[in-house]
Design a protein around this ligand. Structure first.
Ligand SMILES: [Zn+2]
Length: 384
């Protein structure tokens, strides 16, 4: 990954380039990245830059042996730690997932989310970074770098590290080895031990300024600047969500759940008893309960995207969204009930539910009953 391919503001790249120029590369760094921004891509570009013998004042060369290995994510001195599924063997799952990790990172050019990763590896349980993953890393770090001056470690989403793992890592961060660079790429530092935070140098990667966002998005999804601005407003200038706008994922099961959810929500709120298919609502809640957690989260994300698409359908950017024929038919009749205001509020309800499920392990039936009632109320706000 070259710096020129990473969609963050130039001053952030310059700050990193200057650490190399001034020989002040901190051995433990934390990139705090707003969701939807390419912190992982930036960390990769930074490691590639440091390792490139032919780097210029602005970027790695992209052609030398080191750059080619970085580009394929196979450099022998580049190590990754990322959230994975619990297993009973006591051995780290990370080596088994490396192939998929490289595929997804390459496909998405380093701009991935926790949910995309969970979906990609078809995770059935919640993902975390375990003690065994950190023990493996510590073992690897005992040896000398193979090819580069440095050994590079990228720990993606350290907030998902359990406490034992975090304490193990702490020792490594405490006893710096001049030849190791550890970069933690985090979206939320609330769940990271303060002792870890205090041992890393933090770099904040904020959302792109509006004009940069508009220019990047209009180029990448091939739309005009007015349309890119609308997408920015609806996605809250979240780059990853904006780029997904034009992607059509055929998802029959989630589509059917979504239609039942919206119909039930609307009918329940209006107390149109004759229209409420109570058995349908019960069945829908039951299907939600039977889903694995990752699938439940995936469904909520799908619903978020559908609401966003509803909002865009009512604007000049409607031609940009891609829908399956079924989705298009449903959204044509449903989107008039969603405006910019209640759309945002519905998205907040769904986003909040994702958090409650992933962080608080909420009871699924209660959570989804609440979602139905809240969405019903918000759909009724249209036109008031
Ligand atoms: Zn190079």
């Amino acid at each position: 990954m070259l710096f020129s391919e990473v969609l963050v503001s130039q001053h952030v790249k310059d700050m990193l380039i200057n650490t190399v120029k001034n020989k002040r590369v901190s051995h433990a760094q934390l990139f705090l990245c707003q969701a939807g921004m390419p912190g992982l891509a930036l960390a990769l570009a930074y490691c590639q830059y440091i390792s490139c013998p032919d780097r210029t004042g602005t970027d790695a060369c992209g052609k030398c042996a080191s750059c080619i290995k970085f580009d394929n994510l196979v450099h022998a001195d580049m190590h990754f730690v990322f959230p994975n599924e619990k297993n009973a063997s006591g051995k780290s799952n990370i080596p088994a997932y490396l192939g998929q990790w490289r595929e997804l990172l390459k496909e998405k050019k380093g701009l991935i989310t926790q949910y995309q990763w969970a979906e990609y590896i078809k995770a059935g349980k919640s993902l975390a970074i375990y003690e065994r993953d950190i023990m493996d890393l510590i073992n690897v770090l005992q040896s000398k770098p193979y090819e580069s001056e440095y050994r590079f470690v990228i720990i993606w989403l350290p907030e998902l590290m359990n406490e034992t793992a975090a304490n193990k890592l702490l020792k490594t961060l405490e006893e710096p080895d001049g030849k190791t660079l550890i970069i933690l790429v985090s979206e939320n530092t609330d769940n990271i031990l303060p002792t870890i935070l205090s041992r890393t140098q933090m770099l904040k990667i904020n959302k792109l300024p509006t004009e940069d966002f508009v220019s990047v998005v209009s180029k990448l999804i091939n739309c005009d600047s007015g349309q890119a601005r609308i997408i920015g407003y609806i996605t809250d200038f979240n780059l990853q969500q904006a780029l997904e706008m034009g992607v059509n994922v055929v998802d029959v099961e989630n589509y059917e759940y979504f239609v039942s959810m919206m119909r039930s929500a609307y009918a329940l709120y209006h107390m149109q008893a004759h229209k409420v298919d109570f058995k349908g609502v019960e069945d829908w809640l039951k299907s939600m309960e039977e889903l694995e957690k990752a699938a439940c989260v995936n469904y909520l994300k799908y619903s978020l995207n559908m609401i966003r698409k509803c909002m865009i359908m009512n604007t000049d950017a409607a031609s940009l969204i891609q829908l399956s024929p079924n989705e298009e038919t449903f959204l044509k009749s449903f989107s008039p009930f969603v405006n910019l205001e209640n759309g945002r509020q519905i998205m907040n309800v769904l986003d909040d539910a994702v958090k409650k499920l992933t962080v608080n392990n909420a009871n699924v039936k209660m959570l989804f009953t609440d979602i139905l009632l809240q969405i019903g109320k918000l759909l009724n706000k249209k036109g008031q």
